[in-house]
Design a protein around this ligand. Structure first.
Ligand SMILES: Cc1ncc(COP(=O)(O)O)c(C=O)c1O
Length: 413
């Protein structure tokens, strides 16, 4: 079940008029649908059926505290990728036991925070990092729970810039070194090896690589068992993709079957770290048209007040997002390039889109922006961070208010 936003009617979401939000909060503004978040979370949960599993929502996709709280209310846990995300989790009410801590370059302070607070597991990225965790834990006279992140050497088939599972990528411990390192981990006084972790990339729309990577870690878990090392679980990471353009994407059910199918022989519980799949389709970025200009060849630029500072994915990865006029007029469709106001030629949300020519002041919704929208926003060109709105029970609330220019400047002397 996808947010009403994605159904074609952009004016109202679960009984709330988007225009009424804009009247009070202005543009650009991120709007999320809580009912859709609940539906998607449950759908993913159900896809794993009775097989023991935990959902650790990847905060990196959207770490606004109000969203994290919503996930917690559903029984979810989190995957944090920095000390800042651990702080978000804590503010949202998650206990350390609800947190897996991932990240390719954890600072000494972040490692100490994770060990001291006793997170469920630190997903460790290298032998050196394991040594540093061991030292911190021994100094604190505790045992740190660690999962060893495996780089399985699997081509994920997604965009190269969000692919993480090949040996040339910086992530994890190459699979051929993993058995030896795991055997070393269990001998360390400060370490408790609880799991194996793998994550081969984001926006995965082919389940074959997911199966392959899961099988690689399952095989390693069996090898560890055969040498007397027992694990608590396997963490297969996140990455399940969504359809941005209407082409088919795998269902939660197919994903669940794939992962469980690959892991079940180990009998180990599964952790998943979904971000995009849960939150992506539940949000839109609403922006106002600030200029319309002809390119002189029948094609137009539609300049909107959100840019790559509010949604960087198109500029960064060439990603596609549907763009809809909140109130389409009945003029003939024309070819438009929908662009932002940022001083970069790459600040394009959609090229060659066929749409009725909008007027200045009209509202557009940039769809499926719940994930990696606000979370990747910046102050580039000194855009204050937009407000974020959560629609729930036919009403709406501000879960992050718009940053003011004064707040943006407050740290500078
Ligand atoms: C380790 C890890 N887990 C989970 C995720 C979440 O991925 P997604 O939002 O594609 O589900 C990411 C993002 O790339 C990640 O790096």
């Amino acid at each position: 079940m996808v947010a009403e936003f994605s159904s074609g009617s952009m004016t109202v979401c679960n009984g709330v008029s988007i225009e009424s939000i804009v009247r009070e909060e202005g543009t650009p503004v991120y709007v999320y649908d809580a009912a859709a978040v609940r539906d998607r979370y449950r759908e993913l949960d159900i896809a794993f059926g009775d097989y023991p599993h935990r959902i650790h929502y990847a905060l990196k996709a959207n770490s606004t505290v109000g969203i994290a709280r919503l996930i917690r209310s559903l029984g979810g846990r989190v995957d944090a990728n920095s000390g800042g995300e651990i702080a978000v989790a804590t503010k949202a009410g998650f206990a350390p036991d609800d947190i897996v801590f991932t990240g390719v370059g954890k600072s000494p302070a972040e490692l100490e925070l994770a060990v001291r607070s006793g997170v469920f597991a630190i997903n460790a990225e290298s032998r050196g990092e394991l040594e540093r965790i061991d030292k911190i834990a021994r100094d604190l006279r505790v045992k740190a729970r660690v999962a060893v992140r495996i780089n399985p050497g699997v081509e994920s088939g997604t965009h190269p810039q969000i692919s993480t599972g090949q040996l040339s990528h910086k992530f994890g411990i190459p699979v051929h070194q993993a058995l030896e390192i795991c055997r070393w981990v269990v001998l360390q006084e400060g370490l408790n090896l609880v799991g194996l972790h793998v994550h081969i990339g984001s926006q995965l729309v082919d389940l074959e690589p997911v199966k392959n990577a899961s099988e690689v870690v399952a095989a390693l878990a069996r090898d560890l068992t055969s040498v007397g090392v027992d694990l608590e679980y396997i963490d297969v990471g996140g990455g399940l993709g969504i359809s941005y353009d209407g082409t088919a994407a795998p269902s939660a059910t197919a994903y669940g079957e794939t992962v469980v199918g690959a892991i079940q022989e180990t009998r180990l519980p599964i952790i998943i770290e979904p971000g995009r799949w849960i939150i992506g389709p539940t949000g839109v970025l609403v922006s106002a048209v600030v200029d319309v200009k002809s390119q002189g060849n029948g094609r137009y630029f539609v300049v909107v007040d959100a840019g790559m500072s509010e949604l960087i994915r198109p500029a960064l990865y060439g990603s596609f997002h549907r763009i809809e006029l909140l109130k389409p007029n009945d003029t003939p469709l024309v070819t438009c390039d929908v662009v932002g106001p940022i001083c970069e030629t790459s600040d394009v949300f959609g090229a060659k889109r066929m749409m009725p020519l909008p007027n200045v002041g009209d509202l557009v919704a940039i769809c499926d922006t719940g994930a990696y929208g606000s979370a990747m926003a910046s102050n580039y060109n000194r855009h204050p961070l937009p407000a974020e709105i959560l629609i729930d029970n036919s009403t709406w609330s501000v879960i992050r208010r718009r940053q003011t220019i004064d707040e943006m400047l407050a740290q500078e002397s």
